[in-house]
Design a protein around this ligand. Structure first.
Ligand code: GDP
Ligand code: MG
Length: 162
């Protein structure tokens, strides 16, 4: 069976952009407006000859209601079905209360988690991302999904965990 990787995190942190970076093609929908990806969407991916399924999600917010609650529920389903979870945080913003709450839920899920500090477009943001060690999820992988910076190291790590 092909392993499944779920991409989760708050809306607008760059999950779909990261999915496209992993796929090396623009397939997942990226939007400047938060909350565009609503359902779980699965894609066939491959890195260094290893195949896996990557699942984009609509974003996980804790106090969600209405449509946002449905989106959050889909993210939880994605985590339940995943072998590995990639938790994406916005390195320009740092960890928010919502991020910390998601970390608790991820701990409970008991799946291996890789922490991606996305939007680390430059060295300074990459350095800022070191504070995300505080989340207790191990090494934060500083990545710019938009420009590709750091994505190779992240994908190599993903293969180690798969
Ligand atoms: P999602 O809601 O988490 O799926 O986020 P999207 O992938 O749709 O991206 C939201 C916004 O963040 C878009 O305007 C992206 O272009 C932007 N974005 C995503 N990744 C990066 C990045 O690495 N650097 C910068 N500067 N912007 C990014
Ligand atoms: Mg998205």
């Amino acid at each position: 069976p092909v392993p499944v990787v779920a991409i989760v995190g708050r809306p607008n942190v760059g999950k779909s952009t990261l999915v496209n970076r992993i796929l090396r093609r623009r397939e997942a929908v990226v939007e400047d407006v938060p909350g565009v990806t609503r359902d779980r969407v699965s894609y066939d991916a491959e890195w260094a000859g290893r195949r896996f399924t990557v699942v984009d999600t609509g974003g996980w917010s804790i106090d969600a209601t209405g449509i946002h609650l449905r989106v959050a529920e889909q993210a939880e389903v994605a985590v339940d079905l995943a072998d590995v979870v990639v938790f994406v945080v916005d390195a320009k913003v740092g960890a928010t209360d919502d991020d910390e709450a998601v970390v608790k839920l991820l701990r409970r899920a008991g799946k291996p988690v890789i922490l991606v500090a996305n939007k680390a477009d430059d060295e300074r943001t990459e350095t800022d991302a070191l504070t995300l060690w505080n989340l207790g999820l191990g090494e934060p992988y500083a990545v710019s999904a938009l420009h590709g910076r750091g994505s190779g190291d992240f994908l190599d790590r993903l293969l180690e965990v798969l």
